[in-house]
Design a protein around this ligand. Structure first.
Ligand SMILES: [Zn+2]
Length: 114
């Protein structure tokens, strides 16, 4: 069962606060999507916990009863802590922690081959 929460977070791609849709699958955070640029970060909780091994993260990744300012700050800090040059680095690098999906329909800077 999935559930979505809207929150303003700092988008790594827009480099400013934008509206995000945070989706929880069951009790855990599943993905975060920026409504402005369409960048979607799919989080693999198991991989993240293996990498960061932090109790604080467990809390960030767990579905909240409600979106508090504190959690919002934690989420923003978490996003900022990701190796998120991933957004500008080869996809393979991003795959190590998260899956970043850019919706081409919302990407005005459509890259061309060659
Ligand atoms: Zn964005």
């Amino acid at each position: 069962m999935t559930e979505s929460i809207d929150a303003r977070l700092k988008c790594l791609h827009c480099d400013r606060e934008t509206d995000h849709t945070i989706t929880y699958a069951g009790p855990y955070l599943n993905k975060i999507r920026c409504k402005e640029c369409g960048v979607e970060i799919a989080l693999d909780r198991k991989r993240i916990m293996e990498t960061y091994a932090s109790d604080a993260l467990e809390r960030v990744l767990s579905k909240p009863q409600r979106m508090t300012e504190e959690l919002r700050g934690d989420l923003t800090a978490f996003l900022g802590s990701l190796p998120v040059r991933i957004l500008t680095k080869p996809y393979r690098v991003a795959k190590e922690i998260v899956d970043v999906v850019v919706d081409p329909a919302n990407d005005e800077n459509d890259e061309k081959d060659g």
